[in-house]
Write a protein that binds this ligand. Structure first.
Ligand SMILES: *[C@@H]1O[C@H](CO)[C@@H](O)[C@H](O)[C@H]1NC(C)=O
Ligand SMILES: *[C@@H]1O[C@H](CO)[C@@H](O)[C@H](O)[C@H]1NC(C)=O
Ligand SMILES: *[C@@H]1O[C@H](CO)[C@@H](O)[C@H](O)[C@H]1NC(C)=O
Length: 461
């Protein structure tokens, strides 16, 4: 009888202590005794918990083993076994490691786990755009917003937004800030540029145009595919050179079909321009008018890696009043250092039909647009910014300006049978991005300000 009372009292005491610990240690998830879970955990740490952690005498709420990947805690202190038999919170090897031995002061082995691997205390790892350091057995991660957010990709691809997203390996590991800083590079248009007189027609209606128009079908072989600016924030130079090259081919009726050199602009148009740290499109057009550019073959991208800012070739006026290159091509394999120039740029009105008319009659146009974080992930379809995907960045701070080349338009029924009108535009993130380097974006609604500032020029040679 007395034995039973004793047992009963002991049990009550143990349960009280257990409750006490549950209450005292916040956020601890007790190790559940599911055999599958234990097996999974055992593979994580090779079955060593208290063997790594050390055994602690008495009650020591810090004497735990934390599995980062499973978000679970178990104990290696003597207290864990003081409850009823099969107490829930001892580490699996507590019984073999700590019970066989006299319990010693802990020889603490700290460290962290990630993806089933053990890392020593102080180790750093990269988790997408954030580096994490193992401190006191916990990962301490920076909390930058990453450019590629897997849950945003999932949201877009699971949703019915009219376009699909992709995890681009070239963006993985970059923060959103770095994406904005390195992958765009067009200064917001100046008030003077926005005040430029707009070419207006107004007399035309949409039905005067074909439903579908692409510059490269209209002028085969004369329209230049997108280049890759990589981490050089110079979309100002890429969009300008590309629009000018297309218009030179069209204006010369195919006599000159060279692509123009954005590197020439980046390295030589340095007045109020920041090269790979951004520039203005009006500055680029002024340079093209005054000095002109050599071809992309003559002055390829990222040519002088040791000093990319050194201007490789410029131009001077010869006796006949024509601009001539100051030097042979930086790329010695290209013999022609011909200088190409265009006239003054002009602004097209933001009317959809005015933009269409300009493209159909004279070729691709330059457009300045807002880039939001979801745009980086665009893979295919008709892009429309998905509101509320700014993450932690709010309002104005979650977008930047960029410039691109619009090459045509079209319309397609969406999933609900509604007609969706779109522009077809060339980006400068290489052909692996989007639809072979191009993207389609909603037309007629000034999506991302794409219709706000449209620039073109005449290039007659
Ligand atoms: C671990 O679990 C706690 C408590 O439920 C939770 O607050 C925490 O966010 C989890 N951590 C991870 C990395 O899942
Ligand atoms: C995204 O791509 C990167 C690099 O290719 C890869 O390391 C990462 O695991 C991918 N992320 C997801 C969620 O698929
Ligand atoms: C690269 O720039 C450096 C420094 O301006 C110059 O000395 C060198 O000749 C350039 N190299 C080429 C291939 O243009």
């Amino acid at each position: 009888m007395e034995i039973y009372t004793c047992l009963f009292v002991f049990c009550c005491f143990a349960v009280m202590l257990c409750m006490d610990r549950l209450y005292a240690s916040k956020n601890n998830i007790l190790l559940k005794d599911h055999s599958t879970e234990n097996r999974a955990k055992r593979t994580l740490s090779g079955g060593s918990y208290c063997r790594l952690r050390g055994c602690c005498p008495g009650r020591d709420d810090g004497c735990t083993f934390l599995y980062y990947a499973r978000n679970a805690t178990c104990y290696c202190d003597a207290f864990c076994s003081s409850g009823p038999p099969g107490s829930v919170d001892c580490c699996p090897d507590f019984w073999t490691v700590c019970r066989g031995h006299p319990i010693t002061a802990s020889s603490v082995l700290a460290g962290c786990f990630k993806g089933g691997r053990y890392y020593e205390e102080g180790a750093t790892i990269q988790d997408n755009c954030n580096s994490c350091k193992c401190m006191s057995s916990k990962w301490n991660c920076l909390e930058e917003t990453c450019l590629v957010q897997p849950n945003l990709i999932k949201q877009i691809n699971d949703g019915n937004y009219g376009w699909k997203a992709k995890n681009y390996s070239q963006f993985w590991g970059m923060s959103l800030k770095e994406g904005f800083y390195y992958r765009l590079g067009t200064f917001p248009p100046s008030a003077a540029l926005l005040d430029t007189r707009q070419v207006m027609e107004n007399l035309i209606t949409e039905t005067d145009f074909p439903e579908f128009f692409v510059a490269s079908y209209e002028w085969p072989g004369w329209i230049h595919d997108p280049l890759d600016q990589r981490n050089c924030a110079a979309s100002w130079a890429f969009s300008t050179a590309s629009v000018a090259a297309d218009r030179i081919a069209i204006g010369s009726k195919g006599r000159f079909t060279d692509n123009l050199s954005p590197q020439n602009l980046i390295s030589c148009d340095t007045r109020n321009q920041l090269g790979c740290r951004g520039g203005s499109i009006n500055g680029a057009w002024s340079y093209l008018k005054k000095y002109g550019l050599v071809s992309h073959a003559c002055y390829p991208l990222f040519w002088n890696q040791s000093d990319p800012a050194a201007c490789g070739v410029s131009s001077v006026t010869d006796a006949a009043g024509k601009r001539q290159a100051t030097r042979p091509c930086p790329n010695a394999l290209e013999p022609s250092n011909r200088i190409y120039q265009c006239g003054s740029p002009y602004r097209i009105s933001s009317q959809e039909t005015d933009i269409m008319k300009e493209i159909k009659e004279n070729g691709p146009v330059q457009a300045v647009m807002h880039v939001y974080r979801d745009f980086f992930l665009y893979k295919s379809g008709i892009y429309k910014h998905i509101r509320g995907t700014g993450g932690q960045l709010q309002h104005e701070n979650h977008r930047r300006t960029h410039s691109v080349k619009i090459v045509g338009w079209g319309a397609l029924p969406d999933a609900n049978g509604q007609k969706q009108k779109f522009w077809i535009a060339a980006n400068s993130w290489g052909s692996s991005w989007g639809e072979n380097g191009y993207f389609r974006i909603l037309r007629g609604e000034n999506e991302c300000d794409i219709e706000k500032l449209i620039i073109a020029t005449k290039c007659h040679l």
